[in-house]
Design a protein around this ligand. Structure first.
Ligand code: UT7
Length: 319
């Protein structure tokens, strides 16, 4: 049986750290408010000459190293990003060039914070159909570039970073990606969007969000898709070893955990140190928990995300 197995994981965070205290100097906010309402203490911010593709390439090299594979083994690159280097070409083709790969294919996908879960769904289908053998799936973002740094209700929430998976086809059973569900609903665009774009405004735009309304949708939709993802594969939520969520807000993580009666210790949280890195959140958190020894080979893991669109999804994986 062909399965998509996770052979390697890597991530990268830009060097510069922006703390809540730093933000107190520029906007009307406090470290206490940010910590209490979001759980965030700090976020990483890309240097001026550091682009999404640069973060992606470093994460990709670390994932290749972890998988003990070379760039030449990769026959498809998928980059999930909302902050591409250019409107075109895709960031994936720029990553391809920077990695010295001239064969196969590369493309971007855009599902905002759910981009990595969407990418897992696409990668899984392409591996199972035989369209690719070894996929480099990256979530990479420089959200600092689309934030309105005068809007305290949004600029404190996000950070920059990248995470990467190497996914390969293999003949195994009950291993690798077991089940991925993706969903969207375009009705709530005005609750979370960027107020610009090439076709509508010829300007990149800045992120706008009515956070408290997004919050309610996020908790409900995430809890429901996680349950559906587990049950449609034939396992119970209580069978899962680790939950690797999108890192938007610690209160969202707690809300979902409460609804599904999860043990808080099983929920990987990096929100305090990474903030919300959009499509990079999930692979960054996964890498973090593998490196600190919590997630081990053979563990059953559920990944999930929710973001602009709205888009959301969950993926069940045996690592
Ligand atoms: O990844 C995509 C998905 N994104 C999310 O899931 C984000 C979901 N939303 C959230 O995480 C939360 O709703 C926020 C963290 C954005 C906001 O927390 P909240 O508890 O929902 O606060 P609120 O928006 O209801 O605002 C409460 C108060 C307001 O003041 P008034 O109107 O009550 O006087 C805001 O103006 O907090 C004020 N406020 C701030 N105060 C200090 C908003 N931002 C700040 C700030 N510092 N940075």
């Amino acid at each position: 049986m062909t399965q998509s197995i996770l052979r390697g994981v890597g991530s990268y965070l830009p060097e510069k750290i922006l703390t809540n205290k730093d933000l107190e100097e520029t906007i009307e906010t406090t470290d206490e408010w940010i910590k209490e309402r979001t759980g965030i203490n700090q976020r990483h911010v890309a240097a001026q000459n550091e682009y999404t593709s640069d973060l992606a390439v470093i994460a990709a090299k670390k994932a290749l190293n972890d998988a003990e594979m070379s760039t030449q083994d990769i026959d498809l690159i998928i980059v999930a990003t909302t902050t591409p280097d250019y409107t075109f070409p895709s960031t994936a083709t720029i990553v391809q060039k920077k990695l010295g790969i001239k064969h196969g294919a590369a493309f971007d996908i855009q599902a905002v914070c759910s981009g990595f879960i969407y990418g897992m769904s696409i990668a899984d289908s392409m591996l199972k159909s035989g369209s690719a053998k070894n996929i480099l799936l990256i979530g990479a973002e420089t959200f600092s570039r689309i934030l309105d740094w005068n809007d305290r209700s949004t600029c404190v929430l996000f950070g920059d970073g990248a995470g990467a998976f190497i996914l390969s086809s293999d003949n195994v059973s009950d291993f690798g990606i077991l089940n991925t569900l993706i969903r969207s609903n375009g009705e709530h665009r005005e609750l979370l969007y960027v107020d610009g774009g090439p076709s509508k405004s010829e300007y990149v735009g800045k992120l706008r969000m009515i956070g408290n309304q997004v919050f309610k949708h996020a908790v409900k939709d995430i809890a429901s898709i996680m349950k559906e993802c587990a049950e449609s594969y034939g396992v119970a939520i209580s069978d899962i070893d680790w939950f690797v969520p999108h890192q938007a807000n610690q209160r969202i993580l707690n809300g979902v955990a409460k609804r599904l009666c999860l043990n808080d210790e099983q929920v990987i949280s990096t929100v305090s140190i990474h903030a919300n890195t959009s499509a990079a959140s999930v692979p960054l958190a996964m890498d973090f928990a593998i490196k600190d020894g919590r997630i081990k080979r053979g563990d059953l893991i559920m990944l999930e995300a929710f973001g602009g669109g709205f888009t959301w999804g969950a993926s069940l994986l045996r690592y």
